[in-house]
Design a protein around this ligand. Structure first.
Ligand code: HEC
Ligand code: HEC
Length: 155
């Protein structure tokens, strides 16, 4: 339950960050001026906010999944792992030709299909930014109580 919450939270934060918007403004009346507040606050885009306190998880064995279609949680630290236009640190270990040496799980076969359904021989662009879907997990108290339960088939 915690896992899913954190994943959703992460996804929401990420989406908001990408869209550059903060809270939904749908309630604003049509012609009222909309005040946009980005997650980065008033910091100009050519500057970074000071990092907030966060703790990297220690490496552990793979976590159970809560439903079969869930992107598995990352069971190891990803501190310093860069995913840029030219380089993807995750694929250093998770690419099919690297897994024998690294012992990492091969990226899923679903990750080679483009959104048009074409099968590629390397990672599909829509699966390039791994941490868009895969996140490490902290065993923390849920920020908001919820009643989520693991899918019955996996209980
Ligand atoms: C240095 C090698 C290495 C790098 C780099 C690496 N991983 Fe891993 N990863 C592993 C290994 C090894 C395992 C398997 C651990 C096990 O089975 O005990 C693993 C497991 C995983 C799993 C769990 C799979 C499952 O079935 O539960 C996910 C998800 C994952 N990694 C995502 C990532 C992402 C995303 C990145 C980049 C941010 C990344 N990894 C970078 C080595 C690596
Ligand atoms: C758009 C979301 C998304 C992105 C981006 C993504 N994944 Fe996944 N990943 C999933 C989902 C969902 C699953 C489980 C279902 C499946 O296999 O497709 C999965 C499964 C996996 C697995 C487990 C495979 C297995 O056999 O159990 C690994 C390892 C993995 N992904 C690694 C990666 C790495 C590395 C990247 C970046 C190069 C990445 N993923 C990018 C959603 C994503």
């Amino acid at each position: 339950m915690k896992k899913i919450f954190h994943q959703l939270l992460r996804a929401t934060l990420l989406t908001s960050a990408l869209l550059g918007t903060g809270l939904p403004t749908a309630q604003a009346a049509d012609n009222a001026p909309v005040k946009m507040q980005a997650l980065r606050g008033g910091t100009p885009v050519d500057q970074d906010n000071a990092p907030t306190a966060f703790k990297q998880e220690r490496d552990h064995s793979p976590s159970d999944r809560d439903f079969v279609q869930q992107p598995p949680l990352i069971p190891h630290t990803i501190q310093g792992y860069q995913i840029t236009k030219n380089f993807n640190k995750c694929m250093d270990c998770h690419a099919w030709q690297k897994t024998k040496a690294s012992g990492a799980t091969k990226v899923s076969v679903t990750h080679f299909r483009t959104r048009e359904g074409q099968e590629l021989d390397s990672i599909s662009p829509r699966r390039y930014f791994c941490t868009q879907c895969h996140v490490p997990q902290t065993d923390a108290k849920p920020l908001v109580e919820n009643t989520f339960q693991r899918a019955r088939g996996l209980q």
